[in-house]
Design a protein around this ligand. Structure first.
Ligand SMILES: Cc1cc2nc3c(=O)[nH]c(=O)nc-3n(C[C@H](O)[C@H](O)[C@H](O)COP(=O)(O)O)c2cc1C
Length: 522
């Protein structure tokens, strides 16, 4: 089993680390003439338009993002109206901006480089107003295109090792990356971005589904080749990343799993030529699961090995228990309003946020994710480390978030704006914001439990929480931006506490300069 040859994940991770040396020696430049288009465009398939109407759910964003788990037991199937809303709120075009060189169509969720390399596919049985089939979602014209007709859910259920949420789902969304659309800029590091950019989409998707009372469950354990074949992906250039079970119903009454005939579709060329990054394909291969038996065993073993983090010794520590707003105090802006106004903050002011605002963001983003790799006994694969620059009633310094205790532990006090800027690739954003939140994983442990697939799960776990932080910030009128980082320097900065851990994700939170100026004008 390739998934158990753990050197592969370490090799990928180590060779795609950023360091001062790697950046200086890189020599990579952006070939604008060869920039890929940010859409997968099927030339020969008829568009099935989705309804453009977005019904407000009335559910406050902060409530929607903190809904922890799907509710099995309740029978519920989405309509195409609801599916359209969920697709729009996860991956739809929400803003357009013109530049001298063209126009950028920004999407609902943040994405590295605004390159939008992740496509969403829909696999459903007969829904009230959508016939059973396999569909591709095209944000460019907000339409579905049917790749296959008929009920293929049993294929997915089997590929997912009989995962109950998939087996009982009236509809499954599969997220898949076309590497080149991101690798054009980020080269081999784009494999990390697959999970980062999928995570922000899923934070939105889970919140949009929760606001519509639709159970949702994220699944990372499946036979990759089967899903590839079902979606007719080009396995050299594209990869299925996650499945999301939507809704809950009796499993389809189909005796035989339908056979999946090979199909090919014409799609518009992405750019003049494409460059392959073998390190990335090697990582994907090495973390692929090869049979439904392997998937079922993979999930069983990971669950058996789940355990609570050790309860930390509080004797010496300076602890700051979170003081979050409760449901009656939270801003009531709906999840739709918040997703529509979300963007990445381009310039932060040095102003303070309140401890209640920070507490609310941390609390709401870490209440759990419904996913096949997370269990009550081990609800996350990542630890949160913070650099606090400007939070009222909280000394500036480096912190560790004690998830179990819902408290921040001060690791070292001081003004670390300069250091934070350095850790975030020398950018201004991490130095100017109020707080930087780093997600670090014990990669050895994740790989022991899940094999190389643990690398995918750890990246995704961090990115979903990062996506939730984005929404929790905007829900409170604050700003946020995802960031990249110098891997080993971050670990060193938080050591000895973080020694041996690997950085998965970074997000800056605070007040945006634009917003402050806007208020001044008023
Ligand atoms: C994981 C992640 C990392 C990012 N890294 C950076 C970064 O290092 N520097 C930066 O200026 N923006 C960064 N961004 C912000 C993206 O550039 C931004 O999401 C994209 O341009 C789309 O714009 P929007 O978020 O305003 O919709 C990052 C975003 C994500 C999700």
């Amino acid at each position: 089993m390739k998934n158990r040859e753990l050197d592969a994940a370490w090799t990928y991770h180590n060779t795609t680390k950023h360091s001062y040396q790697s950046i200086r020696a890189g020599g990579h430049y952006l070939d604008w003439e060869n920039q890929p288009i940010p859409f997968k465009i099927y030339s020969g398939l008829e568009a099935i338009p989705l309804s453009q109407k977005l019904s407000p759910s009335g559910v406050p964003a902060l409530q929607a993002i903190s809904a922890a788990a799907a509710r099995p037991g309740k029978q519920v199937a989405p309509t195409s109206q609801i599916l359209g809303e969920i697709l729009f709120l996860s991956a739809g075009i929400t803003r357009r901006k013109s530049y001298p060189g063209g126009e950028v169509l920004f999407r609902a969720a943040a994405c590295t480089g605004a390159l939008y390399h992740i496509d969403l596919y829909l696999i459903c049985g007969d829904l009230p107003d959508l016939p059973a089939g396999v569909y591709h979602f095209g944000p460019q014209d907000f339409a579905l295109r049917r790749l296959r007709q008929g009920d293929y859910r049993p294929v997915l259920a089997r590929a997912a090792g009989a995962e109950p949420s998939i087996a009982n789902a009236p509809c499954v969304i599969v997220c898949a990356s076309t590497y080149w659309r991101n690798a054009w800029k980020y080269q081999a590091r784009a494999y990390r971005h697959c999970y980062w950019d999928n995570g922000t989409i899923l934070a939105n998707l889970l919140a949009a589904a929760a606001a519509r009372n639709l159970p949702a469950n994220v699944v990372v354990g499946f036979v990759d080749a089967t899903v590839n074949q079902l979606l007719s992906l080009d396995s050299k250039r594209e990869a299925p990343l996650t499945m999301i079970a939507l809704g809950n119903d009796a499993p389809p009454d189909i005796k035989l799993t339908p056979s999946v005939e090979p199909l090919t579709f014409d799609t518009a060329p992405l750019s003049k030529r494409e460059i392959e990054y073998p390190v990335m394909s090697a990582m994907h291969e090495a973390s692929s699961l090869e049979s439904d038996e392997e998937v079922a065993a993979w999930r069983r073993e990971a669950q058996r090995d789940a355990r609570r983090n050790r309860i930390e010794d509080a004797k010496e520590a300076r602890l700051f228990p979170l003081r979050s707003l409760d449901d009656s105090e939270i801003p009531k802006d709906t999840i739709e309003e918040v997703i529509l106004r979300r963007g990445s903050t381009r310039e932060f002011s040095h102003e303070s946020i309140t401890f209640a605002q920070l507490s609310t963001m941390l609390d709401r983003a870490t209440r759990g994710i419904p996913a096949d790799f997370l269990y009550q006994a081990e609800p996350s694969l990542n630890d949160l480390y913070l650099i606090v620059h400007a939070v009222e009633d909280l000394p500036s310094g480096a912190y560790y978030f004690r998830r179990e205790d819902r408290a921040l532990e001060l690791l070292k006090e001081g003004d670390f704006r300069r250091e934070a800027g350095d850790l975030g690739l020398g950018q201004e954003i991490p130095a100017d914001c109020s707080v930087d939140v780093f997600f670090l994983t014990d990669l050895n442990r994740a790989l022991e439990r899940f094999g190389n697939r643990g690398y995918r799960a750890a990246q995704l776990d961090a990115a979903i929480m990062g996506g939730k932080l984005y929404l929790a910030a905007y829900a409170q009128g604050l700003g946020a931006s995802g960031l990249t980082f110098f891997d080993d320097d971050v670990t060193e900065f938080f050591s000895p506490h973080a020694a041996g851990k690997s950085v998965m994700f970074l997000i800056a939170l605070g007040k945006s300069v634009k917003r402050r100026r806007g208020l001044k004008v008023l």
